[in-house]
Ligand binder design. Sequence first.
Ligand SMILES: Nc1ncnc2c1ncn2[C@@H]1O[C@H](COP(=O)(O)OP(=O)(O)OP(=O)(O)O)[C@@H](O)[C@H]1O
Ligand SMILES: [Mg+2]
Length: 337
Amino acid sequence: MSNSILSLKKLNLAYNKTVVVPDLDLDVREGELIALLGPSGCGKTTTMRAIAGLMAPHSGTIHIDGKDVTRMPANKRGIGLVFQSYALFPHLNAFENVAFGLRLKKLAETEIKSKVEHGLQTVGLAHLATRKPAEMSGGQQQRLSLARSLVMEPKILLLDEPLSNLDARLRLDMRTELQRVQRETGVTMVFVTHDQSEALALADRIVLMKDGLIEQIGTPSELYNRPRTKFAADFFGFENIFKISGNALVGDAGSLQVSYQVDAEYLAWRPSAVTVGNGSYNGKIVGVAFAGEHIEYVLETLLGQITASSPAAERKFKVGETIKFDLPLASGFALYP
Ligand SMILES: Nc1ncnc2c1ncn2[C@@H]1O[C@H](COP(=O)(O)OP(=O)(O)OP(=O)(O)O)[C@@H](O)[C@H]1O
Ligand SMILES: [Mg+2]
């Protein structure tokens, strides 16, 4: 792809003889915010390390801005890194932390001053320039770390779970902050997370990884609304996933004869797609939970447990009741292994 700022081709990444990422292809467009998403150990950090130049691929190539950087040292690649541990210098104040990399570049003092001031302003820390990291909150330290990377004007910013040390409130603030900074600076960001809601909230495109391979890649709405595989559906909140075999759905507890036959390995329903109160099957309510806008029911069925939800205004069923339900083909999702 000619307009991609970052291009990974047939990347094979291994620690000694253990291959962690066997064959990765990925193109990132300029100004894009890409989320690498996947369970622990699937190779997200390893991929970032390779992009950054902190580990050499066994085979394959990495191009940045059309240039082959596969053998280029990390500090020549024009990449900024923000990792989970902020690695700020504790003895330097905010200004000096941000200035550090610029000083190494031997820029003139006036230029350093203006870049640092602008950087601190971008992340909303101009008023804390003389504070040391220990005198700042987690979110402020995080933003300082972001400013420190931004002033180096990287072509690409790699962020590896940068929000995982923050509490829920700060995480939300920082999500918004990251999006704003990205909009304002236009920097391309590759962002690692194992939190699907974070990826959905932030990314232009999500790369869902499994065992070092790309399971699915697409926009948040594509992944959320059109997961292709059981793994992707599991990751994006389909709670009722059943194998389909001939005319039967097969769950943990057993099978259920259905009136349809489809060419898929699995069928999946979100809780809201399960019909409750009428239908061809019986289920016993074993759980009722009020969840704000809707009520969630857990049904014991021939398949095992099914989670269903309906609008909160319709609190119709009680624990212990046996009700009719349905898993309509029209609201189910076909999935492949
Ligand atoms: N330095 C290393 N030496 C050997 N194996 C490693 C090394 N670092 C990571 N691994 C292995 O490589 C695989 C991928 O690790 P990686 O750190 O890329 O996962 P991750 O997707 O970032 O996971 P997490 O979400 O837990 O951070 C794991 O099985 C891990 O045990
Ligand atoms: Mg990791």
